[in-house]
Design a protein around this ligand. Structure first.
Ligand SMILES: C[S@@+](CC[C@H](N)C(=O)[O-])C[C@H]1O[C@@H](n2cnc3c(N)ncnc32)[C@H](O)[C@@H]1O
Ligand SMILES: [Zn+2]
Length: 392
């Protein structure tokens, strides 16, 4: 297999020749290469490096597992770029991937820190002792088949990190696939990516419950074609109960745009909106916070101290996550609101300012450049939008 050398952060990586599996659309197709490395995930890996550094500062001497490693980009970046790592297990079941991992360990002089494995990820996670402080699941498509084993392998206080690229099922384009994989109903709304992230978190939490582990989001984002979530694992039935109490459903009225939140997995859901139309439902899903603001701020501070190629974009994303993190569930699409109000869309900044001045929470959202997250009632948002619309 022809290869090339690249650098991410301060880690040098030998990867399969990128041109060979680049599609005309500019993305990279796993089906066109025997070993997959996706350069478009660099920003995601940059953020993960800073997340792992914040965890190392907090927990010290981290044991990390990268069970679906490909060329080893994630595990090797943690080993090389984070201070306070005691061991990184880098695993892939593909013998071709293993060759790349071996060469990349040598290239970065990491033999002392890295243990290379060539097993099925689930078998490795179920059997490995002692448990890991970080398990980073970065599969093709859905992480669902690996979450149970990741829960079995995570130490108390540790963090399960995962990527999902099966956003179409999670966002309501393939609702049956969502039901099969995640046991939840997805829904195609303007905030469907947020619903997808919440469904994914809810699924992991229900899996964690079996292990008496409460999984609480530290950070979650939807970027390009993928979702990325970081879940803190704490032990104890009471904590799990508290997490479960924050699962439930989001009901949407496709006629007037109102949303209703119902807590509880076995909850009784309202059938009708206050406008009289039928409601559609998504869930069960996580209704709590998507980020821990203090944690995100620590990650941003670490990231700002590094010189990543995409550092500016990563910081912008982290700042937006911190800003919207304490807002309510779901957001409005300003163009959709303007259409409902029969007005032209005003500047988002003007809406934010005005709603905040009225005492409401109001922020942008990283999920959409024209998204408005607010706890103001829809009627009030619409009448204020009319007031400030440029067409008046
Ligand atoms: C998306 S790629 C990993 C990309 C890598 N984490 C990165 O950042 O470049 C998924 C990898 O998982 C491996 N894989 C898939 N199923 C596996 C399994 N059950 N056990 C171990 N490895 C597996 C594949 O060989 C592939 O290399
Ligand atoms: Zn309605």
């Amino acid at each position: 297999m022809t290869s090339q050398l690249i650098t991410e952060g301060t880690t040098r990586l030998e990867v399969p020749e990128l041109e060979r599996f680049r599609t005309p659309a500019g993305d990279y197709a796993p089906s066109l290469t025997r070993v997959f490395y996706n350069p478009l995930m660099e920003l995601c890996r940059d953020i993960s490096v800073s997340v792992v550094q914040v965890l190392a500062n907090e927990l010290g001497a981290l044991r990390i597992c990268d069970p679906l490693a490909g060329v080893g980009a994630r595990g090797l970046r943690y080993a090389r770029e984070v201070k306070g790592i005691s061991k990184v297990v880098v695993n892939d079941r593909s013998p071709d991937a293993l060759e790349f991992i071996r060469r990349n360990v040598a290239l970065n002089d990491l033999a002392d820190l890295v243990e290379i494995r060539n097993e099925d990820a689930n078998a490795l996670l179920w059997s490995f002792k002692p448990k890991f402080h970080v398990v980073d699941l970065d599969p093709f498509g859905s992480p669902a088949p690996f979450v149970d084993a990741a829960c079995s392998a995570i130490a108390r206080g540790g963090v399960v990190m995962l990527t999902a690229t099966d956003t179409a099922p999670l966002c309501g384009t393939h609702p049956k696939a969502c039901l099969r994989r995640y046991g939840a109903r997805s829904m195609r709304t303007e905030y469907c990516h947020e619903l997808g992230v919440r469904i994914l978190i809810g699924f992991c939490q229900r899996m964690g419950g079996k292990h008496e582990l409460a999984l609480t989001p530290l950070l979650a984002h939807s970027t390009m074609h993928y979702f990325r979530i970081y879940l803190r694992a704490s032990a104890g039935a009471k904590r799990v109960d508290e997490v479960m109490a924050q699962q439930g459903y989001i009901s949407h009225c496709f006629s007037c745009g109102r949303r209703t939140v119902t807590k509880g997995i076995a909850a009784e859901l309202p059938s009708f909106c206050e406008c009289g139309e039928r409601l559609a439902h998504a869930g069960p899903l996580w209704l709590g916070r998507l980020v821990d603001k203090g944690f995100v701020e620590r990650v941003a501070a670490d990231l700002a101290s590094r010189h990543f190629r995409l550092g500016g974009s990563a910081l912008e994303l982290l700042n937006r996550l911190a800003e919207e993190g304490e807002g309510p569930q779901t957001f409005y699409d300003v163009h959709e609101l303007a259409r409902r109000a029969g007005a032209s869309p005003p500047k988002l900044a003007r809406l934010l300012e005005g709603l905040k001045a009225k005492g409401y929470f109001a922020s942008r959202t990283h999920f959409s450049p024209i998204g408005l997250r607010t706890d103001a009632p829809l009627d009030e948002v619409l009448s204020f939008l009319k007031e400030v619309s440029p067409s008046r």
